[in-house]
Design a protein around this ligand. Structure first.
Ligand code: NAD
Ligand code: LMR
Length: 312
């Protein structure tokens, strides 16, 4: 039984994610923070008979929200509109996330941070620099959440194969930094290369598909709440002693030269990420995709690092 804090809990992701966490038997306290709306959201959720107590926090009570938290989930920040890239969100969201992670460093420095806000590729390095400067950076406790790419891959590839599949997606969380490893899916050779290429493209552009369908109303919220919940619940199970938790996380590691952060399957345990499992067997084509994207990912990582150092 753990305390989970959701920062950005009043938003499009924050509300359904908080609902799913309220239903979890593994959560004892659910602390919801946002600059608006959390009084209503927490009152509403508090009427659900489940294992957890829910508290709502507005600016001024962020310390109480965070104190004693084992896991902090951050979906705070602005979402894309059609025509925007995730990187266009950097200026606004880096400032928001920096402030929130400074508070985490002050009030629950041992918590596992699960960062959802975009651009994940650059904001996780921002979090690292904030925590380093506060003397409490533990690489095993800082994760970017890229699990939505896995959910999309499982859905799109599963539909194409007519079967349930479990796809590994590695790299980062934008454009060609998203690298689905479809060669690892049993039976994938039954699909033509052009079909496989189309699936890779659709997985990479899954976010754009939703942004465009929402016509200015934001980006993925419900599927992200599901993905965030599955990720966080697995982290919680591992914190509680479950030894079989392997989840992809955007974490500091050295699996690909030049990219100090990479989304890769990780074994979680009582201390967060306990082992970076690695890429597994990959095809020449997938090796090529990683070669093609690693320069872009490295510069997005550097953008976050340099910004955080400048802002500190
Ligand atoms: P939203 O605008 O609906 O909600 C964001 C919430 O953050 C709002 O309620 C807002 O008040 C709050 N907020 C803003 N500044 C804050 C601060 N300083 N402290 C606390 N809360 C603050 O947006 P959304 O659709 O929920 O998306 C949130 C973020 O998640 C976006 O950056 C989006 O791009 C990202 N996202 C990431 C993934 C992923 O796969 N990692 C998927 C979908 C969306
Ligand atoms: C997604 O993949 O849905 C998110 O990163 C949101 C976005 O901007 O596409």
């Amino acid at each position: 039984m753990v305390k989970v804090a959701v920062l950005g809990a009043g938003g499009g992701i924050g509300q359904p994610l908080s609902l799913l966490l309220k239903l979890s038997p593994h959560v004892s306290t659910l602390a919801l923070y946002d600059i608006r709306g959390t009084k209503g959201v927490s009152a509403d959720l508090s009427h659900i008979p489940s294992a957890s107590t829910v508290t709502g926090h507005l600016p001024g009570t962020l310390p109480e929200c965070l104190a004693g938290s084992d896991v902090v989930v951050i979906p705070a920040g602005v979402p894309r509109k059609p025509g925007m890239s995730r990187d266009d969100l950097f200026g606004v969201n880096a400032a928001i996330v920096k402030g929130l992670v400074e508070a985490v460093a002050s009030h629950c420095p041992g918590a596992v941070i699960c960062l959802i806000s975009n651009p994940v590729n650059s904001l996780v390095p921002v979090c690292k620099e904030v925590l380093v400067r506060r003397g409490c950076y533990d690489p095993s406790k800082l994760c970017g959440v890229t699990y939505l790419d896995v959910c999309r891959a499982n859905t799109f590839v599963g539909e194409a194969m007519g079967d349930d599949v479990s796809v590994n997606v590695v790299g980062g969380h934008s454009g060609n930094t998203i690298v689905p490893l479809l060669s690892q899916t049993p039976g994938i050779s039954s699909l033509s290369q052009s079909k496989v290429d189309a699936l890779v493209e659709r997985i990479r552009k899954g976010g754009d598909e939703v942004v465009s369908a929402k016509e200015g109303g934001g980006s993925a919220t419900l599927s992200m709440a599901h993905a965030g919940f599955v990720f966080v619940e697995n982290v919680i199970k591992a914190l509680g002693g479950d030894k079989d938790v392997v989840m992809p996380a955007y974490t500091e590691c050295d699996v690909v030269d030049g990219c100090s952060f990479f989304a890769v399957p990780c074994r979680f345990g009582k201390g967060g990420v306990e082992e970076v499992v690695g890429l597994g067997e990959i095809s020449d084509g997938e090796r090529g995709m990683i070669e093609d994207m690693k320069g872009a990912l490295a510069s997005q990582i550097e953008k976050g690092r340099a910004w955080a150092i400048d802002a500190s």
